[in-house]
Write a protein that binds this ligand. Structure first.
Ligand code: SAM
Length: 289
């Protein structure tokens, strides 16, 4: 196994700090330094950019990011038990690692980047806790203003979630996540990791996904887009003239305004189509008496 720094092996760190993995916190640790280095490199370029890591745990990926040349890493960790191990890494790389104890769903990362990013966007790199990975991503995709505080996101998900993120029309995995991610980013799966790469091994394969924000996504109110997408995929096998009932406007009128045939199904509609539907919904409601 590669030696990337003079810090003790991760297994020793975990044993010394008694960091038995907690399922409730989605803890599946990466101890293979070749793999952590590969993810860190995929998240780059790392120099001259603030790197934000969610869930550093015992610090395997954090160490890789620093050893691979990240100028500054801000890491947000919810598990207090990990803080002493992370403090050792911070001491080894003076001034280059700041650990924030907290729930990444609550922490205002945009503000941290505004204060510490030197006027530049940050890069997100993380082996995400699977139990909150989707809400975290949705929050980052819906960030306002846009372009957001992040210039790229290189994130580990369960393979099944990764497939939903990169899905396009006529793909079985296409749904809310695919529309949202496709609207604001270009997303692709970089590589997979077998369960055996983690300690303890999860039940499923994992994938590293890279999302690059679009500078100018199609203009639409995200809340309305989400409403339309939720209605359409809520009954994904039904024709849109049926599934879009309940939006408070006649589906036939809405679909005609968006230039979409009423017999189409949600899984056939691309991001541009959903944006047209959302904008037609806003226009239709504004016109309504
Ligand atoms: N980065 C480490 C690695 O690759 O070995 C740990 C990854 S583990 C899959 C997920 C980490 O996220 C755990 O350390 C867990 O404690 C932390 N975590 C879970 N929920 C969190 C939350 N809401 N906010 C911040 N960290 C969280």
């Amino acid at each position: 196994m590669a030696q990337i720094d003079d810090l003790p092996p991760l297994r020793d760190v975990i044993a010394r700090h008694e960091l038995s993995a907690l399922k409730s916190l989605g803890q599946n640790f990466l101890l293979d330094l070749n793999l952590t280095a590969r993810i860190a490199r995929a998240g780059g370029p790392l120099a001259d950019t603030l790197i934000v890591e969610v869930g550093p745990g015992p610090g395997g990926l954090t160490r890789a990011l620093l050893a691979e040349g990240a100028g500054k890493v801000v890491a947000i960790e919810r598990d207090r038990r990990c803080l002493a191990a992370l403090a050792e890494i911070a001491a080894h790389y003076p001034g280059r690692l700041e650990v924030i104890e907290g729930d990444a769903l609550e922490v205002d990362i945009g503000r941290i980047v505004a204060e510490q990013g030197g006027g530049k966007q940050a890069r997100l790199v993380a082996n995400l806790p699977y139990n909150v990975a989707t809400p975290l991503l949705v929050g980052w995709l819906r960030a306002e203003p846009w372009p957001a505080w992040w210039a790229s996101a290189t994130l580990m998900f369960q393979r099944e979630v990764a497939e939903r993120i990169v899905a396009t029309p006529d793909d079985d995995h296409y749904g809310r996540l695919g529309v949202l991610a496709g609207w604001r980013t270009e997303a692709r799966i970089l590589f997979d990791l077998a369960p055996s790469a983690f300690t303890p091994p999860p039940k499923v394969t994992s994938s590293v996904v890279r999302l690059i924000p679009r500078e100018t996504p199609l203009a639409v109110d995200p809340d309305v887009l989400e409403r339309v997408v939720a209605a359409a995929f809520g009954q994904r096998r039904k024709m849109l003239r049926q599934s879009l009932k309940g939006l408070g406007i006649d589906p036939a009128t809405l679909l005609a305004a968006a230039g979409i045939e009423p017999t189409r199904r949600a899984e056939e509609i691309d991001v541009a189509g959903f944006v047209r539907l959302a904008n037609a919904l806003v226009a239709g409601k504004t016109k309504a008496p």
